[in-house]
Design a protein around this ligand. Structure first.
Ligand code: SF4
Length: 344
């Protein structure tokens, strides 16, 4: 009998006593779990909370989400980043309307076919909303498992995840699969913390956790060394004409897909000339940095006044339009103060 075998009962007792009161736990319908899980894919719980409540106030039912216009969807998501998640949510709602007659599918296999839903999210929805005994293995659950077993397997490898998943499936209590999954994740999120700083004194597994008994919590989970982020030096052009600022739309796919942004280009390029914009005057506009998962933008802004036209597809935006009509990439929000002080 290893530490994972011994965990189930103390874990469920601990969860019953210590779980956080989170808005998506009070009424865990499949729709609520879907929204919360997609929000939480790249966002911390504390930050996601208010967004979740606002989102459900605006779009209380799956059918509301399916019918939501793109601009409203992006406005509700603005600030959370990784906008592909919001689009996938709506695609999933539309698929459910089209292929399942508007009724949320209840099997793990069917849920897994929805856009933006991988094994983890499908497992979370199936187990929490429908009581299906299937694991939901996120980074928190993986870390807890790796430490409990002092496992030397590299947790970034799909084979490791698959093996833990199979193990958890065999241990899952059939009467409380949703609680079991949530408890494991909750333990990782609140006690068995990452970066070598677990609070073992508060953990229900402290008496049998292999990493803890060895005093080597920081050595697990085993991960490959991180690749350094690519750094891009970019000039951001804050271009003004008659109290309005120039914005352009990002492509439909890829980084910050479909969002508006202040035009920018690699530093050193003569971008204004390539856009056929003739400046009447320029001045420095400050600088800032935005960190993506694999990339950093180091941005220096240039204030540009012009009397001329913009390239096709770009727009001149006034302050009210900036707030309502053009959801802006969060990567450039540090320039908002400068921009809003110059537009009307
Ligand atoms: Fe994590 Fe410590 Fe609990 Fe082991 S005893 S599972 S290392 S918090």
């Amino acid at each position: 009998m290893d530490a994972l075998d011994r965990l189930t009962i103390p874990l469920l007792i601990w969860y019953g006593e210590k779980k956080r009161a989170l808005p998506w736990r009070s009424d865990p319908t499949a729709y609520h779990v879907l929204v919360s899980e997609l929000m939480l894919q790249q966002t911390r719980v504390a930050a996601a909370r208010s967004y979740y409540e606002r989102f459900l106030q605006a779009l209380p039912a799956l059918s509301d989400l399916a019918a939501a216009p793109e601009e409203e969807l992006l406005r509700l998501w603005q600030g959370l980043g990784y906008y592909g998640r919001a689009r996938n949510l709506r695609k999933a709602a539309r698929r459910i309307a089209q292929d399942f007659g508007g009724r949320f599918p209840e099997t793990y296999e069917e849920i897994l076919t929805l856009p933006g839903v991988g094994e983890y999210t499908a497992g979370a929805i199936a187990s929490i909303a429908f009581g299906v005994p299937v694991p939901a293995v996120d980074g928190n659950a993986l870390r807890v498992c790796a430490r409990l077993l002092a496992s030397r397997a590299d947790v970034s490898l799909p084979a490791t995840k698959k093996a833990f998943r199979a193990r958890l499936l065999s241990l899952m209590p059939l009467d409380r699969p949703g609680d079991y999954n949530q408890a494991l994740m909750e333990l990782g999120a609140t006690v068995c913390l990452p970066n070598g700083a677990p609070n073992c004194q508060d953990c229900p597994a402290q008496g049998f956790c292999a990493a803890h008994l060895l005093g080597r919590e920081a050595d697990f989970p085993v991960k490959p060394p991180k690749k350094p982020r690519r750094i891009e030096e970019r000039t951001v052009y804050l271009i003004f004409r008659n109290g309005r600022v120039a914005l352009r739309l990002r492509p439909e796919k890829g980084l910050l897909a479909g969002l508006w942004e202040y035009p920018h280009a690699p530093r050193g390029e003569n971008a204004l000339a390539s856009w056929s914009i003739v400046p009447a005057g320029t001045a420095p506009g400050g600088s800032g940095k935005h960190v993506f998962t694999h990339l950093e933008w180091h941005m220096t802004a240039l204030l540009v006044e012009t009397e001329g036209e913009l390239p096709a597809g770009w727009v001149w935006a006034a302050a009210a339009e900036m707030r309502k009509r053009y959801p802006l990439a969060s990567a450039q929000r540090m320039f908002d103060g400068t921009v809003f002080s110059r537009i009307t």
